[in-house]
Ligand binder design. Structure first.
Ligand code: G3I
Length: 395
């Protein structure tokens, strides 16, 4: 072949490889132009669309629709509760892998990826652990060892089956906490000091070299004042930057996205700017727990459309803002809703005067938030929306 032909052939090969690299990943299934589900539409952008899964609902024979929607609409799943420490080790030294294994197997059978949630969090810890620390029978050295063993055992158990691990969850306070200056909060910081964060990521990496390791938190959708004393996004940014500078294997930041229509919230460009700034540190990002709740006034409860419709509309707008921002940022790998139906939403249990937070109503009817999400996925494309960039886990 003459040199000119070589150059042409090489250019064609490079272009072909580049094109192949930008083709949507399939999550085990090819893109199907006739399928309007969230999971299929997400494939066009190599964006995984997920839901938290309530295992009781998934296994309830009276709820076939719940299972059907998890299968058909989502390409990634997160255990809402069954991978938390209190579920995995209710009795010291005795693991209960059953429900979590069931979800991982369900995901495999339905070509879905799994977000592991959660290795280190101050809530839903087993009573034997918190009691032992409270009564002094578990001291600091033993506690650190228990945490190391927990992370090692859990990550090893699921090795090769978890796409993204939420290694540390909600480690940072909010401006409404006391003291109001942002700080490391909760059980682990109180008993081990903030050094536990670096330890946790290193222990997780040692147990699974391939999983993507995430820090996950709420109220970090957009930057505020830029002062880490009162801007939680800035605090988290500085925190992960410092961890990375020390060689700690953090791969991503998960922005939960628990929003409420009664608050101002953000616009797409603000959220995209925040995701981009994290990407500037070499990190992947993900929207990990999206839902948008509303005040349940007497009028809402009585079915007054004048009170319900604006809430549904505002909720849809917020789902869309977060999704558009994620679409716009090539390092935003997945967009997960924290439960998809108001029938099984965590919101009323925690905020009794609030609800309507999900993309399907209590009767599994899709709300406008669901349609707005589909529209966002359908109408997005080059030059502003390009396929995701697959990250390589940090060593
Ligand atoms: O396990 C008991 C069960 O034995 C009992 O029958 C039942 C009766 O109420 O309670 C069960 O425990 C509940 C558990 O969910 C499992 O259903 C707890 O009371 C309840 O508090 C717990 O709530 C979970 C909450 O985390 C706990 O903090 C929610 O389902 C779950 O959606 C929520 O998820 C968190 C994320 O992990 C982290 N980010 C915030 C998000 C929302 O709070």
């Amino acid at each position: 072949m003459n040199p000119r032909r070589w150059i042409v052939a090489a250019a064609v090969a490079i272009a072909t490889v580049a094109t192949l690299n930008t083709l949507p990943a399939t999550a085990g299934r090819p893109y199907d132009p006739t399928d309007q589900s969230l999971r299929n539409l997400g494939l066009r952008h190599n964006l995984y669309i997920g839901t938290a899964v309530d295992m009781a609902a998934l296994n309830d024979p009276a709820e076939p629709t719940y299972r059907k929607i998890v299968e058909s609409e989502f390409s990634t799943v997160t255990a809402e509760n069954v991978m938390k420490w209190e579920s995995l080790e209710p009795t010291r030294g005795v693991y209960n892998w059953g429900p979590a294994d069931e979800l991982v197997d369900f995901a495999r059978r339905h070509d879905q990826r799994v977000r592991g949630h959660v290795l280190v969090w101050q809530n839903q810890l087993p009573k034997w652990l918190t009691d032992g620390v409270a009564d002094g029978s578990i001291g600091k050295a033993e506690l650190r060892d228990l945490l190391r063993r927990h992370i090692t055992d859990v990550v090893t158990h699921f090795k090769g089956k978890i796409w993204q691990w939420d290694v540390v969850n909600e480690a940072v306070s909010d401006p409404w906490d006391t003291p109001s200056t942002l700080h490391y909060k909760g059980f682990w910081a109180e008993h081990l000091g903030p050094g536990y964060l670096a330890d946790a990521f290193r222990w997780a990496r040692a147990a699974d070299p391939k999983a993507l390791l995430f820090y996950n938190d709420y109220n970090i959708e957009a930057f505020g004042s830029g002062n880490p004393a009162d801007d939680k996004t800035q605090f988290v940014y500085d925190m992960v930057k410092d961890l990375l500078a020390r060689g700690v294997p953090v791969d991503g930041v998960g922005s939960q996205g628990h929003l409420g229509t009664q608050y101002g919230n953000f616009d797409t460009l603000q959220v995209a700017a925040a995701l981009r700034k994290f990407a500037g540190l070499g990190l992947s990002t993900a929207l990990t727990e999206v839902d948008v709740r509303s005040e349940m006034t007497d009028g809402v409860r009585a079915g007054n459309p004048n009170e319900i419709n604006p809430r549904l509309q505002a909720s849809a707008a917020n789902f869309s803002i977060l999704l558009q921002a994620c679409l716009a940022e090539r390092h935003c790998l997945s967009y997960t809703v924290w439960g998809f139906t108001d029938k099984h939403s965590w919101v009323p249990g925690t905020f009794p005067t609030e609800g309507l937070a999900s993309i399907y109503d209590e009767n599994y009817q899709p709300k406008r938030a669901y349609n707005v999400m589909r529209a966002d996925l359908i109408y997005a494309g080059p030059p502003y929306v390009l396929p995701r960039v697959a990250p390589r886990p940090r060593r």
